[in-house]
Design a protein. Structure first.
Length: 354
């Protein structure tokens, strides 16, 4: 039985509707699918790893002093009559710094001189009598002995008179004065402490055993004094102790300060960096490049050829002035993220900026 004309028309309409749905369906789904977005690269700054031979400085602090100082005193006792030098005063070699009252000392010298002259006359008289065989030999020998004793007493009196004053043995500065006028002093009682300016200035400090093995005689030293902010003084290591001090277990090091036009005074505090002749192969990186640290091992981001970052481990030798000295772990020429490293994740794309 043939389908009616109305049935065919209905069938054709249904097929046409289905075709429209099929054609419209995929287009609607495509319109509703969200557009895939690309994450922009993070702007960072970087630095290329470059190794170089660097001397790791030894940091130390010490007090400025004269290389040579002398404690001066009277060699005889007496009352101080005059003091001609005071603390902080510059003195010249041969200058009289103080003298004793010499009234008694001069009298003893005069007495010894008179007795010596008398002994000389007695000896001459007895020699003449002995030649004439008037006096025995022992009388002549006694006269010779008396002359020797008189000579010794005269020498002692002259010594006491000569050492009744203190004379500067060299050019220098009076660091301290420990006597007063009219004071009765004993022999060798400290009177002045005098610096020896001709031998220059030194700074003495003490360092640990880990540092002493890196320091050698002649190593260059840069020095800063609180009195001269921003001024760097130069020096060199002039003495190194052969053993540690028993109380501190530290090794004493002496640094000689190079001559300078600046006024220096004993007691200035010197902050020093000793630059050993021994060097290490290290690369400098700013401290902000570090994203993690464990003792001497740090982690940093290296920029890969595809502009993504990967974590790298490196061993640091030391820290200095906001930067790290990398000993090993990074290859020379590697690009290390510096500014912005702490905000990155491994595998993230970056855009290097200046």
């Amino acid at each position: 039985m043939k389908p009616s004309k109305s049935s065919l028309t209905s069938l054709n309409f249904s097929a046409l509707s289905l075709l429209c749905v099929l054609l419209a369906g995929p287009a609607k789904v495509a319109a509703e699918e969200p557009t895939k977005k690309t994450t922009p690269a993070t702007a960072v700054q970087s630095q290329v790893v470059e190794y170089q031979q660097v001397s790791r400085p030894v940091v130390a602090t010490g007090r400025l002093a004269n290389k040579g100082t002398q404690t001066l005193s009277f060699k005889v006792s007496g009352t101080i009559e005059e003091i001609t030098a005071d603390e902080g005063q510059k003195v010249t070699k041969g200058q009289v710094l103080a003298r004793l009252d010499t009234e008694e000392t001069q009298a003893r010298y005069n007495q010894a001189s008179s007795l010596f002259a008398q002994s000389e006359r007695d000896l001459k008289r007895l020699q003449s009598l002995y030649e004439k065989k008037v006096v025995p030999l022992d009388s002549l020998q006694d006269a010779e002995t008396n002359l020797n004793v008189a000579q010794s007493n005269l020498d002692i009196a002259a010594f006491n008179l000569r050492n009744s004053r203190i004379i500067a043995p060299q050019d220098g500065i009076v660091l301290s004065r420990q006597i007063e006028t009219n004071e009765l002093v004993a022999p060798h009682q400290p009177a002045f402490v005098l610096s020896d300016v001709a031998r220059g200035w030194v700074i003495r400090t003490a360092i640990s055993d880990k540092d002493i093995v890196r320091v050698t005689l002649g190593d260059a030293v840069s020095i800063r004094f609180d009195a001269y902010q921003g001024t760097i003084f130069l020096g060199h290591v002039s003495e190194i102790a052969g053993a540690a001090a028993l109380d501190t277990l530290l090794f004493e090091v002496e640094v000689s300060v190079e001559p300078s036009q600046q006024k220096l005074l004993a007691g200035f505090i010197g902050h020093m960096q000793i630059h050993p002749s021994q060097t290490e192969n290290i690369a400098w990186l700013p401290a902000e490049a570090v994203v993690a640290a464990d003792k001497d091992v740090v982690k940093l981001f290296k920029v890969a050829p595809n502009s993504t970052v990967v974590l790298e481990e490196a061993h640091i030798a030391w820290l200095e002035s906001g930067r790290i000295a990398v000993r090993e772990g990074l290859s020379a020429g590697a690009q290390i993220v510096t500014l912005g490293a702490t905000f990155l994740q491994e595998g993230e794309r970056v855009n290097l900026t200046r």
